[in-house]
Design a protein around this ligand. Structure first.
Ligand code: SAM
Length: 285
């Protein structure tokens, strides 16, 4: 599996589950996107680009603040862009241009944007090319602000991954087999690991010509009602949805019990509490 194949497989899965992602994930990601907006500090009339907009969360927070300028929001998942257009339309936002475009090859002219943002959207592999494009697209004095997970998985995420590993099918379908390869590449390639290492990110951005890079660490409390609620969240991603769908009834029951047990120490009367640690990086040209 090469990086291009993995990228296209991911985009197809984000398309397939775009509506679920928008309903289940986006409300939980909104505080993180708001942190990106705060650091990016958009001004009226500024030209802004949202990279890997997904269903348009960050773009729809930014656009009212940069009006009357047209904000550009790109993603590779066409169905996600369709949902994003609805989000903007429902909010009465008219100044976003959604484009299906690869973050590694952004077909806009150089020095066009005052600011570029991305919420948990920088591709795990191939991002040197994305960073290069972003540097090229920014005006002198422009800023690039993006959020990215901390390297250490949170307790609930770790519990989920361990329980999944223990109970997943040994006879995956062709598409699930391919997605497992893509997930492995996206999580274990040395480059992918670097993305969650602020010092490595700062070095890469510096090498590309950014004049300054700053890392702001933010934490966000998160609560799941129970193990099933956590599963609903994790299975808003296509590869995890397929993992759970391809379990036998016995595997599924054992998975849910195992997960509930692992989550025990983090559970209280109001549900399962966790804390997401996210890096908000700001790089200036
Ligand atoms: C975790 S989602 C984040 C979406 C959105 N920013 C949010 O806050 O909900 C990652 C997004 O990156 C997109 N993506 C992945 N690789 C991409 C690429 N090379 N070019 C453009 N979009 C990409 C996916 O289609 C997906 O919509």
């Amino acid at each position: 599996m090469n990086v291009n194949e993995a990228t296209l497989l991911y985009a197809d899965e984000y398309s397939r589950l775009a509506e679920t992602y928008d309903r289940v994930v986006v409300p939980r990601f909104e505080p993180i996107a708001r942190a990106v907006v705060e650091v990016l500090a958009p001004e009226p009339g500024e030209m802004v680009l949202d990279v890997a907009t997904g269903t348009g969360l960050l773009a729809c927070l930014l656009a009212p603040r940069t009006a009357p300028a047209q904000l550009v929001a790109i993603d590779l998942a066409d169905e996600a862009l369709r949902v994003a257009s609805y989000r903007a339309g429902n909010a009465g936002i008219r100044n976003i241009r959604f484009e299906m475009m690869d973050a590694r090859n952004i077909v806009y002219r150089s020095a066009l944007f005052d600011a570029i943002g991305s919420n948990l959207g920088i591709p795990n592999v191939g991002y040197d090319r994305t960073f290069y494009e972003i540097h090229r697209l920014l005006k002198p004095g422009g800023r690039f602000v993006f959020s990215e997970w901390d390297a250490k998985p949170t307790p609930t995420r770790a519990a989920y991954l361990q329980a999944l590993e223990a109970h997943r099918t040994e006879t995956p379908s062709k598409i699930l087999g391919e997605l497992r390869e893509a997930v492995l590449l996206n999580r274990t390639a040395p480059e992918a690991k670097d993305l969650t290492n602020p010092a490595a990110v700062a070095k890469r951005l510096g090498n590309l010509g950014f004049a300054s890079v700053e890392d702001v660490v933010r934490t966000f409390p998160v609560r799941f009602a129970d193990a099933k609620d956590l599963i609903a969240f994790e299975t808003a991603w296509g590869w995890d949805e397929r993992e759970v769908a391809e379990m036998s009834a016995e595997q599924r029951a054992a998975f849910e019990n195992d997960l509930a047990e692992r989550l025990g120490p983090h559970s209280g009367p109001r549900g399962i509490d966790d804390k997401w640690t996210v890096h908000v990086t700001v790089a200036r040209t």
